[in-house]
Write a protein that binds this ligand. Structure first.
Ligand SMILES: [Cu+2]
Length: 366
């Protein structure tokens, strides 16, 4: 399956972005009145269209994207940022295409084992630093814990678990366009194969079995992650969109590479009261099957060991909230959470479907 933006997801993305763009052309707010300009100046959000001077105040004044979006903003020269995110993804039940399957239906396809449920927890430590106004560097260090429960054809249930560092993310964010309330930057990301692809565990078949693809902690390959981010804001409103592509290169030590991932997301955000904000986001992703195969995995045993049953596409609807104080001791910090549910999910299955995703995060700029 080729990763591509399926026509089915396009109308939804367009629907979200269209009214937001339309809002910025509202004749009642454009051009800004004197009072509005003053307000904008006080909040630090009059950005010069010729230079990126305004970026110096980015962290105090520019609204950030929902916490589940990475690399949504750039910094001014000399600025630092630290962040910590906790993410959880819950996956159940099995699904093939857009149809949910019971464990009995999966086993009836001839497998000896079916997965029942999977949880993935990730702690993500992030650092950002801008050596110049035209370049922000970003580092992301993930620590991952995965747990999957199963049932055999004989009715025995068992669980496998893995944990450790995932793949390190390194990015260069390069602002390239700014006009009025609109700005955009390029995301040039690289994923370093620091996560293990040789995790093993005890199963009823073996006390030291190689664990299947979704239980491994990294990709095992160097992955390029180019992307583009657009964001805008006016008064209480902020909006944006990001498109990225994860291009896996080569083949890992276990004779495979994970499928490429296309991701497109768009959000709208409103400052509800004081320093509290609420956001709504759509996130579409499309990921390919595994190329090659780990020779230690038997695809007849369990669907998670089949490289042809890894691809899929999903559209998530996510609700977010944050607290980003503009004054006082906590100014420059932000606490945020986001919770998402798939509204559309089409999988090469049987494959565990995503049930919900959640992210809680803290950010601080210096
Ligand atoms: Cu930052």
């Amino acid at each position: 399956m080729r990763p591509s933006l399926r026509p089915s997801a396009l109308p939804a993305l367009t629907l979200l972005t269209l009214p937001l763009h339309a809002a910025t052309n509202d004749p009642l707010v454009e051009p800004a009145s004197g009072a509005q300009s003053l307000h904008a100046l006080r909040s630090g959000f009059v950005l010069s269209s010729a230079t990126f001077d305004g970026a110096h105040e980015s962290c105090e004044s520019v609204r950030h994207a929902p916490i589940g979006v990475m690399g949504d903003h750039v910094h001014g020269a000399g600025e630092w940022m630290l962040s910590l995110r906790y993410m959880r993804m819950n996956m159940e039940p099995n699904r093939s295409g857009t149809t949910d399957l019971t464990p009995e239906q999966v086993l009836a396809q001839g497998y000896m084992v079916t997965p029942l449920e999977m949880t993935m927890d990730m702690w993500m430590l992030g650092g950002m630093y801008a050596p110049t106004d035209g370049l922000t560097l970003m580092l992301m260090v993930p620590y991952v814990t995965k747990s999957m429960s199963h049932r055999t054809g004989g009715g025995v249930e068992f669980e496998t678990e893995t944990s450790g560092f995932g793949d390190l993310g390194v990015s260069a964010l390069v602002p390239f366009w700014q006009e009025g309330v609109h700005r955009a930057h390029a995301n040039l990301g690289l994923s370093v194969p620091t996560g293990s692809v040789t995790e093993r565990g005890a199963t009823p078949m073996s006390s030291d079995a190689k664990l299947p693809y979704p239980m491994q902690l990294g990709s095992g390959t160097w992955d390029l992650v180019p992307g583009v981010t657009y964001a805008g804001q006016r008064d209480r409103w902020a909006w944006g969109a990001q498109v990225s592509y994860r291009l896996r290169t080569g083949e890992n030590s276990e004779d495979y590479r994970l499928g490429d991932v296309f991701d497109a997301t768009a959000w709208g955000d409103v400052r509800v009261a004081g320093d509290f904000g609420a956001s709504l986001r759509l996130d579409y992703s499309d990921w390919d099957d595994v190329h090659g195969a780990d020779p230690e995995l038997n695809p007849m045993m369990v669907p998670t060991a089949d490289p042809e049953l890894r691809g899929g596409q999903r559209l998530d609807l996510l609700f977010g909230a944050d607290w980003a104080p503009h004054a006082g001791a906590a100014a420059g910090q932000r606490l945020a959470l986001e919770f998402g549910l798939p509204v559309y999910q089409d999988l090469d299955g049987p494959q565990l479907a995503t049930d919900w995703v959640a992210t809680i995060g803290w950010q601080a700029a210096f």
